[in-house]
Design a protein around this ligand. Structure first.
Ligand SMILES: [Zn+2]
Length: 337
């Protein structure tokens, strides 16, 4: 990638639609919160904790992810975590973020739902960029647990815009959560779900047909099914792709094997996101630089990815257009790269 191209992707306006806020916890903040809350960690130092991030698959990542989340106990902890992410995202020229949070990871440890949602929401309101929240259900738990979690969150209905589905995908297909997604739909919430990351293309199909999601998180395995790929393109179903996450978890062995360019060539509304940036090796611009370095992506692709990120957002139409205009104005300054 040329120096100019690098600067173009770093400075372009963008939205982030696939970020788990608990996955933005840096080892330094984990240690600071552990000290503040008197939590004893299984790691002696920041360095030892960072070394433990050398996981090799989704499950070994999730094990350390939940250990890191154990330091989050008070409303202020959730605020500090979210504010740290928003400031980091602003530095990468992220204009708008739709942030996933996993209440079950916290309520199961006795943290009140109010502290989780109020802390994250207060930071989203006061932070340096536009931000909205999406409540995610942990798919390795039961649908009953998800239903109870949604009911417990209803007093805070105005503080989140949608629901999602995350955690261990294989063996926990979308259809396991059909009732809770139907309930969320009745409540007027936006719907998204992780599908087709480690799980098969069939999970993407059931997420769309049975859960009626408006975006598919990851979805990269759709290309294994040409008919599904054509259908997702015709629906303009967004795919929130996370390049560094995909290589870290070996969905693709190396970045040069990533299918982002193929997804765009297939007419899919794909865009770049960071997933769990503290754990997977980087934030938004790290993802852009890594994937543009490895694949033959150019100026038109950068423009498309930036446009897709705002098109796929849940912003009101007028705000969406404002950001799309900003993207087009930004790119009109460049002719040849
Ligand atoms: Zn994710």
């Amino acid at each position: 990638m040329t120096t100019q191209m690098r600067s173009i992707v770093q400075n372009m306006p963008k939205a982030e639609l696939h970020i788990h806020i608990e996955g933005s916890l840096e080892p330094e903040l984990i240690f600071a919160l552990a000290q503040r809350n008197g939590v004893k960690l299984a790691y002696q130092s920041v360095e030892e904790l960072r070394a433990a991030y050398a996981f090799t698959n989704l499950q070994s990542f999730l094990d350390i992810y939940y250990a890191g989340a154990s330091v989050l106990l008070k409303e202020q902890d959730f605020y500090d975590m979210t504010m740290a992410y928003l400031q980091r995202a602003k530095a990468d020229h992220v204009r708008h973020a739709e942030i996933f949070f996993d209440p079950q990871t916290h309520t199961a440890r006795g943290v009140p739902m109010a502290d989780v949602i109020n802390g994250i929401h207060r930071a989203a309101t006061e932070g340096p960029i536009s931000a909205k929240l999406i409540l995610c259900f942990l798919r390795h738990l039961s649908e009953e647990d998800a239903l109870a979690t949604l009911e417990a969150a209803l007093p805070f209905r105005e503080q989140f815009i949608g629901v999602g589905l995350d955690s261990s995908e294989v063996g926990h297909p979308p259809e396991k959560f059909a009732r809770v997604f139907a309930r969320a739909r009745d409540l007027g919430l936006h719907l998204v779900a992780h599908a087709g990351e480690e799980g098969p293309p069939a999970y993407i199909e059931t997420a769309v047909d049975l859960l009626k999601v408006e975006r598919v998180d990851h979805g990269v395995r759709c290309l294994e099914d040409p008919a599904l790929t054509r259908r997702l393109a015709a629906l303009r179903m967004p795919l929130t792709v996370c390049p560094l996450s995909n290589t870290k978890l070996r969905v693709f062995d190396q970045m040069k094997d990533h299918n982002l360019l193929d997804l765009l060539d297939a007419g899919l509304v794909a865009m770049v996101n960071s997933d769990d940036p503290a754990y997977f090796g980087g934030y938004m611009n790290d993802n852009f630089v890594a994937v543009f370095d490895a694949l033959p992506l150019g100026l038109a692709h950068a423009h498309q990815l930036a446009r897709n990120s705002f098109e796929a957002s849940f912003l009101p139409a007028q705000e969406k257009q404002k950001y799309l205009d900003e993207v087009d104005t930004y790119f009109s300054a460049f002719n040849v790269v």
